[in-house]
Design a protein around this ligand. Sequence first.
Ligand code: MD6
Ligand code: FE
Length: 226
Amino acid sequence: MTHPHPPAQQMDLLLPDTRPAREELETGAVLMRQFATPHAANLLQALHEITQQAPFHHMLTPGGGTMSAAMTCCGTLGWVSSPMGYAYTALDPLSQRPWPAMPASLFALAQSAALAAGYPNFAPNACLLNRYQSHSHMGLHQDRDEGDITQPIVSLSLGRTGLFMWGGPNRHGRVRTFALEHGDVLVWGGPARLHYHGIKGLAPNPHALTGLTRYNMTFRHVVAPS
Ligand code: MD6
Ligand code: FE
């Protein structure tokens, strides 16, 4: 059987990007495609500087495994997974030093994305950085360790395309999958704030700036643990 379409990599070259610039996945969740693309080089430079101080590593999970995506953080608080559970901490457990500061450029971009998605006054104090390579994935989960679910999360993707799973309020509900491409920003809060989501895997083709690697940064407002 002949295949009616050219391979994906060729399609990128032949077809214009026909994805809508803004898509409301459901109430409270807005995908703003290419929102960060003009800033990509600066964002990758900021990411590089952060990870010089706090290198990506595979955190351990409470279940006795290791995270398939490598992680690190910046900001006042960082999210950590360990055999003891999940927590936000002021110190990087690897170095016992504070997490690298959140660069002002990242703060401003996250704030402007939140505003554009309908969330004024977003003031992130924590950013989780994920790095995916060819076999990385992230299982369906909720983000519920922030201590304040009135604030949205702003998620920014760079490099190779991720296949994002978007579910609902229950683990076993319907799941939609769509591409998160380089420069895409996903903002969600409100009634969608605790929805299940994950990364099924990565699209096959490399990205010009990052090769076979995908990066994701999620900006949060976390209430300090007491
Ligand atoms: C990722 N993102 O895109 C994983 N969480 O690599 C998340 O887990 C996520 O995109 C909360 C809010 C937005 C997200
Ligand atoms: Fe998440």
